[in-house]
Ligand binder design. Structure first.
Ligand SMILES: Cc1cc2nc3c(=O)[nH]c(=O)nc-3n(C[C@H](O)[C@H](O)[C@H](O)COP(=O)(O)O)c2cc1C
Length: 185
């Protein structure tokens, strides 16, 4: 069974979690056979990558990343970048962890101007991992939500449905793509 890991990559804020829940629903509607798991960074005792022995939470986090077949990564924009805790989590992973596995990105910011953070900062990291990053991502803004963090913008819903549609196709495609490489890299 295809394991999809939804990564809420922040310790702080609720909108990334809200977007993930919506995406999970759209993916489930397309393909009910997927095993969808939510990883909330705020539930973990994070360690800085400094070479010291891993605590149980970091061991669990790494294992969840390794066992997943595909990912939706949700990030807020912090200081025109991704949160440090998300970069720190990536730094724990073996470079082959996400290789040839589908990844879609959803991001939320307080300004309209920071959507290219996804393009210029998050995508290059995922490219280094050789993940199958879908061509579409969704960037939301505070104004797309109501006071209970429900997404009220219909265009955002359509973009999330489209994201789910392409992501599901990538998941199906990746099933027949061997994760082992011919080269040694
Ligand atoms: C430390 C910090 C830095 C932030 N920097 C930016 C930023 O550079 N650009 C931006 O669009 N939003 C920025 N924001 C806004 C967050 O992206 C926004 O609060 C978050 O996505 C919404 O989460 P919430 O409403 O669920 O708390 C920042 C927020 C914090 C806490």
């Amino acid at each position: 069974m295809m394991k999809i890991l939804l990564v809420d990559g922040t310790m702080f804020g609720l909108k990334t979690g809200a977007i993930l829940k919506q995406v999970a629903q759209y993916i489930q509607e397309l393909n009910a056979s997927y095993d969808i798991e939510l990883m909330c960074f705020k539930d973990y005792q994070h360690q800085i990558v400094d070479g010291s022995p891993l605590n149980e939470d970091m061991k669990k986090m790494i294992q969840q990343f390794e066992e997943a077949d595909a990912y939706i990564i949700a990030t807020p924009i912090f200081q025109a970048s991704i949160p440090g805790v998300l970069k720190n989590a990536f730094d724990f992973l073996h470079p082959k962890t996400m290789r040839y596995k589908p990844v879609s990105i959803v991001a939320n910011g307080g300004t309209y101007q920071h959507h290219l953070v996804v393009e210029n900062q998050l995508k290059p990291i995922l490219d280094y991992f050789r993940a199958l990053v879908t061509p579409n991502y969704v960037y939301t803004h505070t104004s797309h939500f109501d006071d209970n963090n429900n997404i009220v913008d219909e265009d955002v819903h359509q973009r999330l449905r489209e994201l789910a549609r392409v992501f599901e196709q990538y998941c199906e495609m990746s099933k027949t793509l061997p994760k082992e490489t011919l080269d040694q890299h």
